[in-house]
Design a protein around this ligand. Structure first.
Ligand SMILES: Cc1ncc(CO)c(N)n1
Length: 402
């Protein structure tokens, strides 16, 4: 297996949501092997930073030497660099090994606690000159541009000011107050990165995931502008499906973009499992299909993606015919119903004698609301619902045993 290698130069977050932990999770989710230069340890959770322990600069240098002698990443990102001595050590090694640097000028945690001492700002300005791109948030950009950012106009102005004074590619993250809008300048080209309004307090680690995904995409060979657009999409998903953990700002989830793909594939496989069962044992389905019976199945992932059969399952004589393929997010009746009733699995069936018998004997509950029922009747159509494919198969088996 070939994996691109990247590096994070960052601090540890004991809470696991930010810092080098967020970076490594992001690298891994993107198929990039992560190496780590630990700059410090924080005793931290979702609402506070109680202690910061700095790694001695000599030890930071030793970590660089060990990694660069062996694994040789070309791209690195920075996270918490809590003192000017640490920043100087990082700069020395980044220059020595000619590493392309994504500099995330981390200054405060989401909890509001500072992660760096005041004297770091000047050292950071030096490191900026050795960076490929810097990724300040609104607050950090205000410090670098020495102006307030209150709207889109001032966001653009601050971005231009940073680009002109530091001669470095820059993306300024507007944050939730600007509906997730970011503004970038790359090699003189101005780029607007549209966000979307996401109403959540759970954004711990969002900046780290953004700069880590940007670094991962660069390590995978993307051009800077493309890597930036992809990183924006990546972090947007990580925030959209962030985790409501802890008492403060819950962590964003860098595994989400990978999980979306995994769950889509799983939806296909689950539908295949049901279809194999029907082919092996057609009466399981035939008992709930009338003369002109036609069935389809919908499987919805945790992210609202719905897999269904393009054609459905058709009954002819005592056999069934599967009219595939299994497709994702096509607009058909059953996929709309899956969303409307927010059910994991829907199987469209007919009202048959067997179904009525099962209902009379209390084996299945029929309703129009879909609440606590096994069968929903909606707009003249009938759907067997379940939490999983096995759940559907079990219901059909129990019905047949009546
Ligand atoms: C260690 C560490 N690095 C970065 C951040 C910023 O998210 C944080 N909260 N903690």
């Amino acid at each position: 297996m070939i994996r691109p290698v990247a590096m994070t130069i960052a601090g540890s977050d004991s809470g696991g949501g930010a810092g080098l932990q967020a970076d490594l999770k992001t690298f891994t989710s993107l198929g990039v092997f992560g190496t780590v230069i630990v700059t410090g340890l924080t005793a931290q959770n979702t609402y506070s930073v109680t202690k910061v322990l700095e790694v001695p600069p000599e030890f930071i240098e030793a970590q660089f030497d060990a990694v660069m002698a062996d694994l040789k990443p070309k791209y690195a990102k920075t996270g918490m660099l809590s003192s000017s001595k640490i920043i100087d050590a990082v700069r020395k090694k980044v220059v020595e090994y000619n590493i392309s640097l994504v500099l995330d000028p981390v200054m405060v945690a989401k909890s509001g606690a500072p992660l760096v001492t005041e004297d770091t700002v000047n050292a950071l300005k030096e490191l900026i000159k050795n960076s490929l791109i810097i990724t300040p948030n609104k607050y950090e950009a205000e410090k670098l541009a020495e102006m307030k950012i209150i709207d889109i106009t001032s966001l653009k102005e601050a971005t231009r000011k940073i680009y002109d004074s530091f001669k470095v590619n820059v993306v300024v993250k507007g944050g939730s107050s600007l509906n997730g809008l970011d503004y970038a300048i790359i090699d003189g080209k101005e780029i607007e990165l549209k966000g979307e309004p996401i109403n959540t307090k759970n954004t711990h680690g969002s900046g780290d995931v953004f700069s880590a995904s940007l670094t991962a995409y660069l390590a995978k060979g993307e051009k800077l502008e493309n890597a930036l657009l992809k990183a924006k999409e990546y972090v947007t998903l990580a925030i959209k499906y962030s985790l409501d953990l802890g008492k403060g700002h819950g962590p964003v989830d860098p595994f989400v973009p990978a999980d979306i793909i995994i769950q889509r594939e799983n939806a296909r496989q689950e539908i295949e499992k049901l279809l194999w069962e029907f082919e092996r044992d057609p009466s399981l389905l035939l008992q709930v299909l009338d003369e002109n019976g036609k069935a389809n199945v919908a499987y919805m992932t945790d992210y609202g993606d719905v897999a269904t059969l393009a054609g459905g399952v058709i009954k002819y004589l005592d056999k069934i015919k599967i009219d595939g393929p299994i497709l994702l997010n096509i607009k058909n009746e059953i996929s709309e119903k899956a969303k409307q009733f927010n059910k994991k699995v829907l199987l469209s069936i007919s009202i048959t004698k067997k179904l009525l018998e099962a209902s009379e004997k209390g084996l299945i509950k029929i309703s129009e609301s879909g609440i606590n029922s096994d069968v929903i009747i909606s707009e003249g159509k009938v759907y067997l619902v379940g939490d999983s494919i096995s759940d559907i198969i079990n219901k059909l088996r129990r019905m047949r045993e009546l």
